[in-house]
Design a protein around this ligand. Structure first.
Ligand SMILES: [Zn+2]
Length: 283
């Protein structure tokens, strides 16, 4: 077990039938990982004891600016992964290269608590907006899927990014919780696992920090921070810097509505695109 891995407490299932992560990270240097072998690689993160508020959203939403013309991503390759697909895939896959442990490829996404909109539709819509924004800056964008279906698991999704030699692998997801008041955005990055993620961790962590900051600024959503994760199959197979963006909680009525609006999807995409620019073209 790698040193420096954060420890979380897991409680009941949330969206995707996954274990829900509600713990607060312990101090760095703790060397064990606590958590179930949940079937989905997509856990749900919420800070325990946090009163989630969003006082700035209305004002921020009105004042969000379009991406600055400054900065170019010419020559950069970005792989975007809209998590989930129309059909669940209950086959299993190794949790990382050479791992004896396996997890279900995709137990299926969740849906909006009010809208009923499927998660895979929302992740694709945000991803396509992000693609447009990145391409407008000159980036080459590779998608793991552009339609409703995807053949393969998280290993295959990571391999799309690896084969593209992407400068960044961005996975787009929606969060969920058994507590409907939880809301906000977070960005996950690979925890240290020697032989799997040690090579991509520093850059992934930097990318996560940049994207999280700009996404909060662009959306006004509560900032749930960045989180290192050791249990994300799609991270463990990645050979390029990788992050997973939790764009909001489909289990929260207000964020469900926002995530279903093209305008808010564009704000999320704008925030991510600005973060990508800050990561790849720092001032
Ligand atoms: Zn999901």
């Amino acid at each position: 077990m790698a040193a420096g891995v954060l420890v979380y407490a897991y409680v009941s299932d949330g969206d995707d039938g996954t274990a829900e992560q509600t713990g607060t990270p312990t101090a760095p240097g703790v060397t064990s990982i606590v958590g179930p072998a949940e079937p989905d690689e997509i856990p749900n993160i919420s800070a325990v004891g946090t009163t989630v508020t969003n006082p700035g959203r209305a004002a921020d939403a009105a004042s969000v600016q379009q991406p600055s013309a400054a900065g170019s991503l010419t020559g950069k390759v970005i792989c975007i992964d809209p998590v989930h697909a129309a059909d669940a895939d209950l086959g299993s896959e190794p949790t990382g290269p050479g791992s004896p442990d396996t997890k279900v490829k995709d137990p299926g996404g969740s849906s909006g608590t009010v809208s009923g909109a499927p998660e895979h539709v929302i992740t694709l819509a945000i991803s396509m907006q992000l693609r447009q924004q990145l391409e407008a800056r000159g980036a080459t964008v590779v998608m793991t899927r552009e339609g409703e279906s995807f053949s393969g698991g998280n290993r295959e999704r990571a391999q799309v990014a690896n084969q593209a030699r992407a400068d960044l692998f961005i996975r787009i997801h929606c969060d969920g919780s058994t507590n409907p008041s939880y809301r906000g955005v977070s960005t996950l990055y690979p925890a240290l696992i020697s032989g799997w993620t040690d090579d991509i961790l520093p850059a992934s962590r930097d990318a996560a920090a940049a994207v999280q900051a700009s996404m909060v600024a662009a959306t006004g959503a509560p900032d749930n921070g960045t989180v290192a994760r050791s249990d994300i199959t799609g991270f463990n197979w990645a050979d390029v810097p990788a992050i997973l963006v939790e764009t909001g909680f489909l289990t929260n009525p207000e964020e469900d509505a926002l995530l279903n609006s093209a305008g808010y999807q564009a704000q999320v995409a704008t925030g991510i695109a600005r973060g990508v620019l800050a990561f790849l073209q720092p001032a």
